[in-house]
Design a protein around this ligand. Structure first.
Ligand code: A2P
Length: 278
């Protein structure tokens, strides 16, 4: 079983270098599939209120037999729960559905700048963290302007920003910003769902030379770039394939080839400056 290395976050906590994405599994799928992933070495499991599968993820974790203390469990607060009065209630619902007394990482799912409640939401999350309900706090889909505002108004930046990121959508400017502020970059849709990434001929060539699959080359690119990918698969064989990216390396030339695959076209088409996630 692959031994997934870890990163140390700015707050001192450790996070596995690769995890399982659970969107769009429903409760029943998550309950059946999360154990399959944990038995194959996954230790980070990523969910969100809006995925509607927290109950299934919790059940799957318990039935896997893997102790909670070995896992890194992350969830996200939805837009409709932003604001002073609703964060605690939302978090308590998440913890109840997951059947756990804490999260390892709690994130704001989207900034929803039109509603403009993310700063207050962040303050509530800092309190939840100080009270021990969550170990680390982060965000998802934040732009530098949102991150700077959190720092200006609360004195604290997130330790993680989880964004759409794959070789066709590399987010280089955002990653530089993260590096300056010691924010770890997590990648959702790391395999470029809704794009033709995995059909790329360049990728196929690198995969042939490495004796690996195109998905493995992509995920190794993330890991080798210091980005934490959370590939989703509902297929146990592909789960095993996706986590087997720690005992081999891409060459500098292959990394450069992958760098040149950037098109700047997002697979989701969501723009955090205007997207409103309810
Ligand atoms: P499946 O669940 O049937 O494996 P992303 O994490 O970028 O959103 O990508 C998830 C999509 O990629 C899912 O449709 C998933 O399908 C597919 N997928 C996951 N792992 C692999 C793989 N190793 N090779 C090809 N497709 C994969």
């Amino acid at each position: 079983m692959p031994d997934v290395a870890k990163h140390v976050l700015r707050d001192g906590h450790e996070i596995p270098q690769l995890g399982l994405g659970t969107y769009p599994m429903d409760d029943a799928e998550a309950e059946a599939l999360v154990p399959e992933a944990l038995w194959r070495g996954y230790r980070l499991v990523d969910t969100a209120v809006n995925y509607g599968n927290e109950r299934g993820v919790g059940r799957g974790i318990r039935s896997s037999g893997i102790p909670r203390s070995e896992l890194f469990l992350t969830s996200k607060i939805p837009g409709r729960d932003h604001g002073r009065a609703s964060v605690r209630r939302s978090l308590e619902g998440t913890l109840t559905r997951l059947g756990t007394d804490h999260l390892d990482l709690y994130m704001i799912h989207w900034p929803n700048p039109g509603v403009d409640q993310y700063v207050q939401t962040w303050r509530e999350m800092m309190t939840a963290r100080d009270e021990g309900l969550v170990r680390s706090i982060g965000v998802s889909n934040f732009l530098p302007e949102h991150l700077l505002r959190l720092e200006a108004e609360t004195g604290e930046m997130p330790v993680v920003n989880q964004v759409e990121l794959h070789p066709q959508y590399q987010q280089e400017a955002l990653r530089r910003f993260h590096q300056e502020h010691r924010i770890l970059t997590e990648a959702w849709s790391p395999l470029g769902r809704k794009t033709d990434l995995l059909q790329s001929e360049w990728l196929a060539e690198i995969a042939r030379k490495q004796g690996r699959t195109p998905a493995q080359v992509v995920l190794r690119w993330h890991v080798q770039s210091g980005i934490v990918p959370i590939p989703k698969s509902s297929n146990p064989q592909r789960m095993a394939e996706n986590i087997d990216v720690f005992e081999w390396e891409l060459t500098d030339e292959q990394m450069e080839r992958l760098r040149m695959m950037h098109t700047g076209i997002s697979g989701s088409g969501f723009d955090p400056a205007v997207h409103e996630e309810m």
